[in-house]
Write a protein that binds this ligand. Structure first.
Ligand code: DGY
Length: 320
């Protein structure tokens, strides 16, 4: 008999096809997320859980799953899972690192340019037939070339963002709990600085840190005040690393030039003030959303899950 698993919400058909060969799956919901109550109900008799970053897998869910051996999260981030408790219960947890690095770095740059060159606003203006001919001062933006890029969190994605900045002849500074080796600093042409120095001296600040108790509200009122008046802040990591309300206040007061956000503190809710501000570009958490990358993520999670259920060490096991 194949092991029973729960896939919380419909996933790409290629991943389902693969899973079908190895497990007996139930898809929790189509076109919507499962509630915690529904997950608890459906997980009771399952040995595997294929979860998405929108699913909260806390103590209650884990306690409701006496047979559970593995949680395969279809995301690189796993702040939605109580990992310590899962480990305490002997449950493996996996994620999907590596496969979404380039796509997320690309989107970071798309956001930087969208904010700096006011692309969504200019597109709207043109569609509204407001374009009456070339003007010297129409939609003046911010120059990127030669500016200082501050990368908070120099993991895979931070590094990929740094590599792309070479084309724009930028000075790159980074802050991270772990300093890169001299060879890597040379490869990425990046200088290690304190967070405070990065925040106060960078023209563009981009967040690539995981969400932990240390990174919650890493950027708040105090840090926003430290930023240059024409700084741009971009967040494609997790919403909670930026105090969204404080950011909205700073943007409203034009304390910084602008911001680009792909993630929010209480997704899908967005701080209402942000919606009406012209100096922020808002995206619906699409950092890794290309067909190629989402397929790799879906397949990686499926393979991790099957490896774990077959008693093998899954490729992307988050260390016990
Ligand atoms: C992740 O994988 O953690 C991203 O937020 C979604 O692509």
């Amino acid at each position: 008999m194949k092991p029973k698993i729960l896939i919380t919400r419909n996933i790409l058909p290629e991943a389902l096809q693969y899973l079908k060969e190895h497990v007996d799956y139930e898809i929790g919901a189509t076109g919507r997320n499962l509630t915690k109550k529904e997950i608890i109900e459906k997980i009771k008799d399952k040995e595997g859980l294929y979860s998405l970053l929108v699913d909260t897998i806390d103590k209650d869910v884990i306690n409701a799953a006496p047979l559970l051996k593995i949680i395969a999260n279809c995301a690189v981030g796993y702040n939605n899972i109580n990992i310590d408790y899962a480990h305490k219960k002997g449950i493996m947890v996996t994620n999907t690192p590596g496969v979404l690095t380039e796509t997320t770095a690309d989107l970071t740059w798309a956001l930087i340019f969208a904010v700096a060159r006011r692309i969504p606003q200019a597109d709207k203006f043109t569609r509204e037939k407001k374009y009456k001919g070339w003007e010297l001062d129409l939609f003046l933006g911010k120059e990127i070339t030669g500016k200082q890029l501050g990368i908070i969190g120099m993991g895979r994605i931070g590094k990929a963002v740094a590599l792309r900045s070479k084309a724009f002849k930028m000075k790159v500074v980074y802050s991270d709990p772990v300093r890169l080796s001299p060879e890597e600093e040379n490869e990425y042409q990046a200088s290690f600085v304190t967070l405070e120095k990065l925040i106060s001296s960078s023209d563009i600040i981009t967040m690539h840190t995981a969400l932990t108790s240390e990174t919650f509200h890493l950027i708040s009122k105090k840090e926003l005040k430290l930023m240059k008046k024409d700084a741009i802040l971009v967040n494609v990591s997790r919403g909670e690393v930026v105090d969204e309300k404080a950011l909205a206040d700073a943007l409203e007061k034009n304390q910084i030039w602008g911001a680009g956000l792909d993630v929010y503190e209480n997704e899908p809710e967005i701080e209402s003030k942000l919606i009406n501000l012209d100096n922020v570009v808002l995206l619906p958490h699409i950092g890794s959303a290309t067909y190629e990358t989402r397929l790799k993520m879906a397949m990686t999670a499926a393979e991790n899950l099957v490896q774990g259920l077959k008693g093998k060490r899954p490729k992307n096991l988050i260390a016990f």
